[in-house]
Design a protein. Structure first.
Length: 138
């Protein structure tokens, strides 16, 4: 018989709470066996929990994670799952790259406005325009 796990073991192993694991169960992402009130997690549940948590770290929604994980059991199986994952990763990466460009542009705009504020303050004070920068100004 394959190794089984209790909810506390999985929670400790993955650094999550039992409540988190029960939530994923309620969402249909994992399906432990039951022995009365006790949940019995199989190696498959452990793998799925690992994939769920990895997907969350990558920024995928639970719906996206469920779709990707469930592809493993559908034709063409693991190949289809991996191809879909690569497509989703490419889309996620593109989205993050666009956000990075937006952040860089916003920082540039903030720097420009801050420089204008320093210059105007210098004019108002009659001091040179190159006032020392405040902490965090670059």
């Amino acid at each position: 018989m394959p190794r089984t796990y209790q909810i506390s073991e999985l929670a400790k192993a993955f650094g999550v709470t039992p409540r988190t694991i029960r939530f994923y169960e309620d969402q249909g992402l994992i399906a432990p066996l039951r022995d009365g009130q006790q949940r019995i997690y199989r190696p498959r549940d452990r793998v799925r929990l690992n994939l769920i948590l990895r997907g969350k770290r990558l920024g995928f929604s639970l719906k996206e994670i469920a779709e990707i994980i469930d592809l493993y059991d559908e034709p063409p199986g693991e190949r289809g799952q991996l191809e879909t994952l690569l497509q989703r990763i490419a889309a996620k990466r593109s989205d993050l790259e666009q956000k990075r460009q937006d952040v860089v542009a916003a920082i540039g705009h903030l720097d420009s406005v801050a420089a204008g504020c320093r210059a105007r303050l210098a004019e108002l004070d009659g001091a040179p325009a190159d006032l020392p920068k405040a902490a965090g100004d670059e």
